[in-house]
Design a protein around this ligand. Structure first.
Ligand code: M6R
Length: 630
């Protein structure tokens, strides 16, 4: 939710020694636009004044505005791309918000929960507001402190001190960036429960919601802790807490390649990321087992003795990541025989869950910033549970606040609809399950070796699906006018059905629902009418007793009621042909691993159909990539 960029470069004789702030900020916004695209805005500091432009709609609108009304070339700037919370997506509500007579500009990600109370206080002091946002209240508070409370202070350090005092009054979640005309070569930022990373350059420094905000310029990043303020100039980065006490950030190397955050010739990021999946799975498997087929998850850094004592696992996540968690449950319970629950993170802490020191909480999050998941992890830790994060984003908050992390190595995922992260999450969860089984001696080492061998074959099998997808794409294009599509699956096919439906909803705006195939007769079958398209994810005929036969019966049940059955089945499964209008075959693989293959055709189908409808596949309406508000 909302992307934030800040930059300070070096000036020589009043000119620019390195990059133009506006260029850096716009490039950062381009890369961060996936975080929100309701509006965009920039502010630069020039000749003792702030100049800003902002526009509702996508970044392209702001760029057009900048072409019509250019900003001066400067060394200091901030930029914002918005996912609206307080106030609609209008020009007026777009960030930056100005205060202190136009000398201060502020951008914000998050929600300031006590903004109404602060606004009343400021209105009483005669402050007027132009927008409906909580951000403008934060800007006005900062300005009030800067102008009145710190009236006697010199300009040097004054914005930082004002930020400290303002943050002491703010409640909720926020990343704030501020520039002031009195200090033209400084950007001050603060974070609480909302992401912010620093990029370290040579004679220039950067701020971003995540590293993609500055990935074109530096690979050296610093992660900030909770409730910290950072003041950057071209040559310095100073970190304090909200009370001015010096604090230290943790520097790390960014291994994402800027090219991996480009479309690379594909029509959309989503298409590119679907095609990245063989690599995402391969990278997530790489280096995590030895030649004897033993898992080597040394990075977990949780005492193996503690893991041996775990008697319950709770998987916490939201959206697609929660479906990855559902797949994980089948695998973990099968291999480890540890009772495993999967819960939507936003439901978890409101039901007084039962957990203790022998509970292992596994959170799954691509971004590592999903507020619902973060809050659930914090709650679990408070209750004494051990927490492991499965995450794709180095330096993000959830892994930092967990006892251990298992990174997925899917590379940056830009499209709002998650694809490669899902497959990488499932892969990492399998590795975790196998590791626990190995540690606890639940299954023979030979079995672990066999599963790893099967996992290592998955990337080539995904590639085969990608290479043979044209008929599926044709099917998708022919269905662009459908109003509703249903998805059925059993066992691990159930979360795949849910994920297939979610993809179609979020990018093609088609009513879609996923069901456990066995649940049909308990109600949903009433939805079946003449011509209703129903995707059915069919398990391997070589798999668990009767699972395949049961799903084939379910196909017949819906078909008998007029459904148009579209089947995803394993190569060689001739039995399904008799009951299906359309069959897409995926390569053979053991049942538990099938989601890594079965999901791919459903992703391709959704992306192709949405594109056929002329929709922006990467930036679907109303959504943002990282949900950093509760
Ligand atoms: O970053 P996270 O994995 O924590 O995000 C969780 C969900 O918000 C995310 O998977 C969402 O459901 C995607 N838009 C699905 O495509």
């Amino acid at each position: 939710m909302c992307g934030i960029v800040g930059y300070v470069g070096r000036s020589v004789d009043g000119g620019i020694a390195g990059h133009s702030a506006l260029d850096v900020v716009l490039e950062g916004l381009r890369r961060l636009e996936y975080r929100g695209y309701d509006s965009a805005g920039v502010a630069v500091v020039s000749k003792g004044a702030i100049e800003s432009r902002k526009k509702s709609g996508k970044l392209s609108n702001l760029i057009a505005e900048l072409e019509a009304h250019p900003l001066p070339e400067t060394v200091t700037g901030i930029g914002h791309t918005r996912w609206a919370t307080h106030g609609g997506p209008t020009d007026r509500n777009a960030h930056p918000h100005l205060a202190d007579g136009g000398k201060l500009a502020v951008i914000h990600n998050g929600i300031i929960e006590n903004f109404a109370e602060l606004k009343l206080e400021l209105l009483d002091k005669g402050v007027t507001f132009l927008s409906e946002t909580d951000t403008e209240v934060a800007a006005a508070l900062l300005a009030d402190i800067y102008r009145n409370k710190l009236a006697g202070d010199t300009a040097d350090g004054r914005l930082t001190r004002a930020m400290e005092l303002a943050c002491q009054r703010l409640e909720g979640a926020f990343t704030l960036l501020a520039v002031h005309a009195d200090q033209p070569d400084v950007v001050v930022a603060a974070r609480r429960n909302s992401p912010l990373v620093v990029g370290l350059g040579e004679g220039e420094n950067f701020l971003g919601s995540d590293v993609s905000g500055f990935i074109d310029y530096t690979r050296r990043a610093v992660e900030l802790g909770q409730d910290q303020i950072v003041t950057i100039t071209a040559d310095t980065v100073e970190i304090t807490d909200f009370f001015g006490n010096p604090a230290a950030g943790k520097e790390y190397h960014v291994d994402w390649d800027p090219a991996s955050a480009e479309k690379g010739g594909f029509s959309s990021f989503m298409e590119k990321e679907i095609h990245d999946q063989p690599d995402a799975v391969a990278q997530t498997l790489m280096g995590r087992s030895d030649i004897n087929g033993r898992l080597t998850l040394d990075e977990l850094r949780i005492d193996p003795e503690l893991l041996k004592q775990v008697n319950k696992i709770i998987v916490l996540a939201c959206g697609t990541a929660a479906y990855a968690g559902m797949v994980a449950k089948y695998a973990i319970e099968n291999w480890c025989r540890i009772p495993t629950e999967v819960e939507l993170a936003h439901e978890f802490r409101y039901r007084d869950p039962i957990l203790d020191a022998n509970t292992l909480v596994v959170s799954i999050s691509q971004s590592g910033e999903t507020m619902d998941t973060l809050m659930a992890v914090r709650y679990a830790r408070e209750q004494g549970a051990k927490t492991i994060s499965i995450c794709n984003t180095n330096g993000s908050t959830i892994p930092r606040e967990s006892d251990a992390v298992l990174y997925t190595h899917a590379g940056p995922e830009i499209a709002v609809a998650s694809t490669k992260a899902f497959l990488a999450q499932i892969t990492a969860a399998y590795l975790l399950g196998l590791y626990l089984a190995q540690l606890r001696g639940n299954i023979f080492s030979g079995q672990i070796k066999d599963v790893l061998a099967d996992l290592n074959k998955i990337p080539a099998k995904i590639q085969k699906i990608l290479d043979n997808a044209e008929p599926l794409r044709e099917l998708a294009r022919s269905m662009a006018n459908e109003k509703s599509v249903l998805f059925l699956g059993r066992h691990v096919g159930y979360p795949v059905a849910l994920e297939g439906a979610l993809k179609l909803k979020e990018i093609a705006y088609i009513h879609a629902e996923g069901f456990a195939a066995g649940e049909l007769k308990h109600g949903p079958i009433a939805l079946i009418d003449d011509g209703q398209p129903v995707f059915v994810v069919v398990p391997s005929p070589r798999g668990r007793d009767s699972l395949h036969a049961k799903v084939v019966s379910n196909i017949q049940e819906v078909r008998a009621r007029g459904a148009r059955t579209l089947v995803i089945a394993e190569e060689g499964d001739e039995a399904v042909k008799a009951y299906a209008e359309y069959v897409f075959y995926v390569p053979e693989t053991p049942t538990l691993l099938m989601p890594l293959l079965n999901t791919v055709p459903l992703q391709i189908f959704a992306a192709e159909l949405a594109a056929a409808k002329g929709y922006d596949v990467d930036q679907p309406r109303n959504l943002a990539k990282s949900v950093t508000v509760e």
